[in-house]
Every structure is written in structure tokens, then in C-alpha cells.
Design a protein around this ligand. Structure first.
Ligand SMILES: *Cc1c(COP(=O)(O)O)cnc(C)c1O
Length: 365
């Protein structure tokens, strides 16, 4: 065999593959998966019904343009369906944006604890991910502006951010945008927007509408609870929608996802129930866990970071093992550079109470 062989493009072999949250606990009968920010209430029953109805017609290709879904999203969010693109999760859209706007030698900026898909999507294009340190586990707008170079093409901003659960106010998003050259694309990832109830927060749809260089990605994986179907959407100016559509797979969203998505986005009551559940349990969990002497990062999402001592017997790793042995599966965030924290997704009442009781036992043990 020759030692000349196909080589992936520069950067590809430097990618550390995304590590998803664990889903099992070996040997434990009842497992509560609190590791991937999934909704404890599950999807709208109407979405499940719509999904099932597609089983009668699996031989048909889906509508490659997801037209009815874009219209349904447009009607709910007050957007022009022509400015919307649907994707197989926001992952798909983030990768398409990277593919359309980044090339070898370009730079894309993300925040230190930003979503790991950003550097992965960036490196897949041969561009360089630039990570900007956070202040107090929060995006630092001045830091991002200072990191911009002539090679910067894209800024990825998750607001609220995962895994920290923190957010920056809309004024800060606008200040970031004002400070950018007009040829830099600002990607706002508002995956958890529906959970946020702060007066100074905005998803930034207004900024998208009035700018030539801002897009927003949204997902059906979180409050809509359709993570298993892989569905997301983005909205942006016509010229960006045109470019991204050119690199999009012609049938990138399956028919079951399209139908379930239409039903889910229209079921405002179900979204409201999920939000109300989170509004009740996020503060309860944060307070109860803080009472145990653990630091909880204030979160506006459906998850939060719990910080453990770096040394001794009460480390994040020890807590993870202890909780897992009880079927309580949280998320290690070591791959995000947070080895002393675990991320917990807000679960159902039973899971939430069990975690607090188990952590109390762990800390007392
Ligand atoms: C979960 C999440 C998403 C959603 O990803 P999908 O591919 O749509 O499942 C996007 N951005 C962030 C920051 C997330 O945490």
C-alpha cells in the first residue's frame, strides 16, 4: 500500500468530536436523564399525532423547502416565511452558515464557554475558531470586539448561553453589533429564548429585521421537545437566506419533522405549560442546591451549572458518579473547560426532588 492517501482538509483532524450528555446509568432500573436540556413535559400531543400521521406516506419525499412549516413559524413569530430556512436541528443551520461564510484562514469568534458546535462547525471549513474569555461565566462584549481581526468573518453568540445559563441584555447585543464591521456576520443562537423572562432580554428579531449582517437560529429541540426529530430554523436577510439555501441539502428536513413542527409551533398552550413548569422548578432547584453549600450559576434557561470543590471528596466527578449510581444523570462540562461543575437540566418534580435529596446525602457523606 502506498503511504499517499486522501487527506481531510486543514483543521478537520483537530476537531474534538462533540460529547453528548450521557443517557444511561448502568445497572440502575429507573433513570432520569437530566443531561441534555430536554423538556420533562415532552412535546405537544398534537405534534406527536402529526408525526404519527406521516407514517402512512413514508415513500414520499418531503417538501424540500419546508414551505408550510416556514409559513407556520412565520405566522407565530410575525416573520416573512421567505426569510426563514428550516434545518435538521440548529446544528445543521450552524454548519450551513459556516460552510457558506467561512473558508481556510478565516476566523470565527465564539465565547469561551460557548456551545461546542461553533468551533466544530468552524474547523470543518478550514477556518479558525477564536475563543474569547468570559467574565463571570458571561459573554464579554468588549472582549469579542477586541478579538476581531481583518480575518474575522462570523461571530457565534448563544444568548442565553449553554452550558452557563447566563445571558447578555439586548443593549449589549446591540452594542456588539454596532461595534462590528458590516461584513462580519453575527449569528444569534436563541435556543433557550422561550424560557427567558427578563425585561432586558430580547431574542433580537428586531435586530435581524433591520440589519444586513445578523441572523438568528432557533430550535425545536428545547421547549418544543422535539430533539429526537432534529428540527431548527433560522431567519435572516434575503441575501444570507439565498446563500445558505445554496449549500443546503435539497431535503434536509424530514416529513415527520415538518408535520410535527407545524403542530408544535401552533400549540402555544403547551409551550406555556413548559415555561410555567420551568419557572416553578428552576428557582426551587437553585435555592435548594445553594442551601447545601454549593454554588449555582444564576440561569435564565432550563438548566444550570452546579459548582463543586476542586479538591477533596466532593468534586464534580465524585458527585457525577454518586448521582449516576442513583439513576440521576447530569452533564459533565469538563469538555467545555469547566471540570469542577455539572450541568443539570430542570426535570420533572420527581427527578428534581431526588437530585436535591441525593446531593444533600452526597455533601453530608
Ligand atoms: C441545544 C442547543 C441548540 C439546539 O441544537 P439542535 O441541533 O437544534 O438540537 C442550539 N444551540 C444551543 C446553544 C443549544 O444548547
Amino acid at each position: 500500500m502506498s503511504n499517499v492517501r486522501p487527506q481531510p482538509r486543514p483543521g478537520v483532524l483537530s476537531i474534538s468530536a462533540y460529547v453528548p450528555g450521557k443517557s444511561g446509568a448502568p445497572g440502575v432500573a429507573k433513570v432520569f436523564k437530566l443531561s441534555s436540556n430536554e423538556s420533562p413535559l415532552g412535546p405537544s400531543p398534537k405534534a406527536v399525532e402529526a408525526y404519527r400521521s406521516v407514517a402512512e406516506h413514508l415513500e414520499d419525499y418531503p417538501d424540500g423547502a419546508s414551505t408550510r412549516l416556514r409559513e407556520a413559524i412565520g405566522a407565530v413569530y410575525g416573520l416573512d416565511p421567505d426569510r426563514i430556512i428550516c434545518g435538521a436541528g440548529s446544528d445543521d443551520l450552524l454548519n450551513l452558515i459556516a460552510r457558506a461564510y467561512l473558508a481556510d484562514g478565516d476566523e470565527a469568534i465564539h465565547s469561551q464557554y460557548g456551545f461546542l458546535v461553533y468551533p466544530i462547525a468552524t474547523m470543518g471549513t478550514g477556518a479558525k475558531p477564536v475563543s474569547v474569555p468570559e467574565k463571570n461565566l458571561t459573554t464579554d462584549v468588549d472582549g469579542i470586539l477586541a478579538a476581531v481581526t481583518p480575518r474575522t468573518k462570523v461571530i457565534f453568540l448563544a444568548n442565553p448561553n449553554n452550558p452557563t445559563g447566563t445571558y447578555i441584555p439586548y443593549d449589549e447585543v446591540k452594542r456588539l453589533h454596532r461595534g462590528l464591521r458590516p461584513d462580519i456576520l453575527l449569528v444569534l443562537d436563541a435556543a433557550y429564548a422561550e424560557y427567558v423572562s427578563r425585561n432586558d432580554y430580547s431574542t433580537g428579531l428586531e435586530l435581524v429585521a433591520e440589519s444586513d449582517n445578523v441572523v438568528m437560529c432557533r430550535t425545536f429541540s428545547k421547549i418544543y421537545a422535539l430533539a429526537g426529530l432534529r428540527l431548527g430554523w433560522m431567519v435572516g436577510p434575503a441575501h444570507i437566506v439565498d446563500a445558505v439555501n445554496r449549500v443546503r441539502g435539497p431535503f434536509n428536513v424530514g416529513a415527520p419533522a415538518i408535520e410535527a413542527g407545524i403542530a408544535a409551533v401552533r400549540d402555544a398552550e403547551h409551550v406555556e405549560r413548559s415555561r410555567a413548569h420551568n419557572d416553578r422548578w428552576l428557582p426551587w432547584l437553585s435555592e435548594e442546591i445553594a442551601k447545601l453549600g454549593l454554588t449555582v450559576t444564576p440561569s435564565v434557561g432550563n438548566f444550570f451549572l452546579i459548582h463543586f470543590p476542586a479538591e477533596g471528596g466532593k468534586t464534580a466527578q465524585a458527585a457525577d458518579a454518586f448521582l449516576t449510581s442513583r439513576g440521576l444523570v447530569l452533564r459533565s462540562v469538563a469538555s467545555y473547560g469547566l471540570p469542577n461543575a455539572l450541568r443539570m437540566s430542570v426535570g420533572g418534580e420527581e427527578a428534581n426532588r431526588l437530585v436535591v435529596a441525593a446531593l444533600a446525602e452526597f455533601m453530608a457523606g
